[in-house]
Structures are given as structure tokens and as C-alpha cells.
Design a protein around this ligand. Structure first.
Ligand SMILES: NC(=O)c1ccc[n+]([C@@H]2O[C@H](COP(=O)([O-])OP(=O)(O)OC[C@H]3O[C@@H](n4cnc5c(N)ncnc54)[C@H](OP(=O)(O)O)[C@@H]3O)[C@@H](O)[C@H]2O)c1
Length: 375
């Protein structure tokens, strides 16, 4: 058997679901899995944004007729550029686009379950002929999709904060619930078959990856609901690690630091109209110069802080490593088939800061955190 680092993920996992695969980290995770021979169902709200993955990783001639795990070089993997040389060469997986919006939890779950059932063709090889009608069809589920809301907590309409918590925490937990419920049932069936037939396959490894953030430990200024969401997702992963201990299921609490992605561009900035909000709670249009001069100094200072924090946030993200860096870390964790907390990113963020936080006081941590964002 090849050493762990040289093993392909397709020797362990066959089918993966990645939410938010159109850009950034999700796209890098999908590309990494595809390069490793795993078939990927990747989602975006608009499938047109997944066209590049669909084209590059369709079930094309290089893929056809090649047994899983066979080590043949193929052009799609070689064309990946940033990934070239990062992963063992061989047959690439097949990509299937999925239109899924987390804004509607019930609909997102329905699409997720339907996709999982289709993914294994309505029948799972490892279900011993049982019909697969549920979310158990994936071996890896990566809950990655997300965005942020930036603004002064009190000055921003609470509906914005509530919405983000519903979309990113409640509805993401809903997909985790669907996947895990079916995996547990499937694992029990696999165990049962082994008890009566010793040559039956052992339960397959399956992995749930919840993309949290280092913000779960080091909250970002003016992104209150984002911090709540990420702390919640980390708590969800921690809870599930306890519940799945001793099973073939693993849970990865992935906490990236700053990465260079489209994230900062997709943030819903609500702070840019604070001057306007000072006069009118529903304001969305810029104030005239004359009225801006009427903003009291205490309010102006608050607005300045907010703008400084925004600039620092964008600068830190731009200076982060490329998303492929996180994909490599995730690949190593998936090969280990063990539940884990995975921090990744710059050394100062992913290693040094958590280490110092462990030994320092919370008050000191908060002061350093504020300085880090220039507020
Ligand atoms: N980049 C970082 O520094 C960083 C650090 C820590 C954690 N993270 C986390 O990593 C994850 C990915 O972020 P990223 O940096 O890669 O951002 P990104 O480049 O903006 O990608 C976000 C992805 O999420 C999808 N998405 C957004 N809102 C959605 C919704 N309501 N329903 C379904 N899909 C939705 C987007 O798809 P469409 O817009 O195409 O639909 C896109 O594919 C997020 O959970 C983020 O919180 C990022």
C-alpha cells in the first residue's frame, strides 16, 4: 500500500459534495478532490458560475474506460496549473454542477438529498444492493458556502444579522443533519452485513467537513453574525465529533485564516452609509457634503473606526495565501480518516495566534485583536 501522503483520496472516498464550489476555497476543494479521482457534485446559486469545472472535469475521453485509481496522466489535471505537481497523478473525477441556494433551508435539503440519491445512481455498491434514496450517497460532504455581513451591530437592521445566522448556520446544520443521519443508518447496515458474512466490506470511511473560520476563536470586528455563525459551526463540529467517536465517520472542523478569495468582494457592507443612518434609519443613498458636516464628532469617530476596520480586513485577505494552500491541508486531513480541528492559513494566524491565546489573558487577546484590525 502506498505511503499515506502518496495515496489518492479516491482509494478511500468516491463521491463528494461541495457547497459553494464556484469560487475561492470551495473551488479549490473541488479541484483537489477531482484531481484525486473523487467524483464531485459542486453547488452554486447559479450553475453558470460552475461552467469552468463542468467543462474541465466532464466525463470526457481521458476519463472514460479508466479504472478508478489507475495511474494514467491526464490533460485536465495537467492543465490545472496551480495544482500541478501537488497531487498524485491519475484519473480525474467527474464534476456535476448543482444549483443550490442556502437561503431556503427546506429547498436546499431537498436538492441535497435528491443529488445524493442520484450521485450513486439510486443504488449504492456498498449498501449491499439496498436502494439509496437519501443523503448517504456521498462519502464526503463539505459545507463550505458562505458570505459575510459587515456593519455596526446596533446601527444595522437586525434582520440582516438574523438572516445570515439562518442562511449560514441553521441551513448549513440542516445539510449536516441530513448527511449524518443517513450515514449512521448506512453504517449500521454495513456492520450488520459483516456480522453475518465475514467477507462483507468493512464500513466505508465518510467525512463531514464544516468550513468554520479562525473567526470562531478571534472574532472579526463589525462582522457580528459571521462570528456567531462560525462559532456555531465549530460547536456543531465539536458536538458531532463526540457523537461519531468510534465509528467510520469523521468530522473536520476546518478553521481557515485569511485566504485570497472573492470573499471580501461578496461581503454585504452595511457600514458605508452610517452617516446617512445617523439621520434616517432606512437610508441607502449618500449624504450631501453639507449634511455630512453635521454628523457629531462622536459619531464621526465611530464611522472612521468602521472604515479603518474594513480596510484592514480587505488588506489582510488580499495578503493571504491562495486557496490551494487550504485544499492541500484538507487533503492531508481526509487521508487520515480521523475527526479533527484543522487550522490553516498564515503561520502567524493559524499557529502562533492560537498558541499565544492559550497562554494569555482574554483581555490581552481582545486588545491584540483590536490592534490587528487598526481599531
Ligand atoms: N477566504 C477566507 O479568508 C476565509 C477565511 C475563513 C473562512 N472562510 C470561509 O470559507 C468559505 C468559502 O469562502 P471563500 O473565501 O471561498 O468565499 P467566496 O470566494 O466568496 O466563495 C463563497 C462561495 O459560497 C457560495 N455562496 C454564497 N452565498 C451562498 C448562498 N446563500 N447559498 C449557496 N451558496 C452561497 C458562493 O456561490 P455563488 O455566489 O456562486 O452562488 C461561492 O461559491 C465561507 O464559508 C467562508 O466563511 C473563508
Amino acid at each position: 500500500m502506498p505511503a499515506a501522503a502518496h495515496r489518492r483520496l479516491s482509494s478511500l472516498y468516491r463521491r463528494a459534495f461541495v457547497s459553494g464550489a464556484s469560487t475561492g476555497l470551495g473551488q479549490a476543494f473541488a479541484q483537489m478532490l477531482l484531481a484525486e479521482g473523487v467524483d464531485v457534485w459542486g453547488s452554486a446559486r447559479d450553475v453558470a458560475r460552475l461552467a469552468h469545472l463542468s467543462t474541465e472535469f466532464s466525463g470526457n475521453a481521458t476519463n472514460a474506460g479508466v479504472a478508478p485509481g489507475a495511474d494514467t496522466a491526464n490533460t485536465a489535471v495537467a492543465n490545472l496549473g496551480a495544482l500541478e505537481g501537488d497531487y498524485p497523478r491519475g484519473r480525474h473525477g467527474r464534476f456535476t454542477p448543482v444549483a443550490l441556494d442556502l437561503a431556503d433551508g427546506a429547498e436546499a435539503e431537498r436538492i441535497f438529498r435528491e443529488t445524493a440519491a442520484q450521485a450513486c445512481g439510486g443504488q449504492c455498491e456498498n449498501a449491499g444492493g439496498d436502494q439509496c434514496e437519501n443523503a448517504g450517497g456521498f462519502d464526503i460532504v463539505i459545507n463550505n458556502a458562505g458570505y459575510s455581513v459587515f456593519g455596526d451591530f446596533a446601527a444595522t437592521d437586525f434582520a440582516h444579522w438574523q438572516r445570515q445566522i439562518e442562511v449560514m448556520l441553521v441551513n448549513t446544520a440542516r445539510l449536516a443533519h441530513a448527511a449524518l443521519g443517513d450515514w449512521r443508518a448506512r453504517e449500521a447496515a454495513e456492520q450488520g452485513r459483516r456480522e453475518v458474512a465475514s467477507d462483507a466490506l468493512p464500513p466505508r470511511p465518510r467525512a463531514l467537513v464544516n468550513v468554520s473560520s479562525l473567526a470562531a476563536e478571534f472574532p472579526l470586528p463589525y462582522q457580528t453574525s459571521y462570528n456567531i455563525v462560525k462559532a456555531g459551526l465549530t460547536a456543531l463540529s465539536e458536538s458531532l465529533m463526540i457523537e461519531t467517536a468510534g465509528t467510520s465517520l469523521s468530522v473536520i472542523d476546518l478553521r481557515p485564516g485569511d485566504y485570497r478569495t472573492d470573499f471580501a468582494r461578496s461581503v454585504l457592507y452595511l457600514g458605508e452609509h452610517l452617516e446617512e443612518l445617523h439621520f434616517d434609519a432606512g437610508a441607502t443613498t449618500p449624504l450631501s457634503k453639507e449634511r455630512k458636516a453635521d454628523v457629531p464628532p462622536s459619531e464621526a469617530r465611530k464611522i472612521e473606526r468602521l472604515k479603518t476596520a474594513k480596510a484592514a480586513f480587505e488588506r489582510l485577505m488580499q495578503g493571504g495565501p491562495p486557496p490551494e494552500h487550504a485544499a492541500r491541508a484538507l487533503r492531508r486531513a481526509l487521508l487520515r480518516c480521523r475527526s479533527t480541528t484543522l487550522r490553516c492559513g498564515r503561520f502567524s494566524q493559524a499557529v502562533l495566534a492560537p498558541l499565544l491565546a492559550r497562554f494569555g489573558s482574554l483581555a490581552l487577546k481582545r486588545r491584540v485583536q483590536a490592534r490587528y484590525f487598526d481599531v
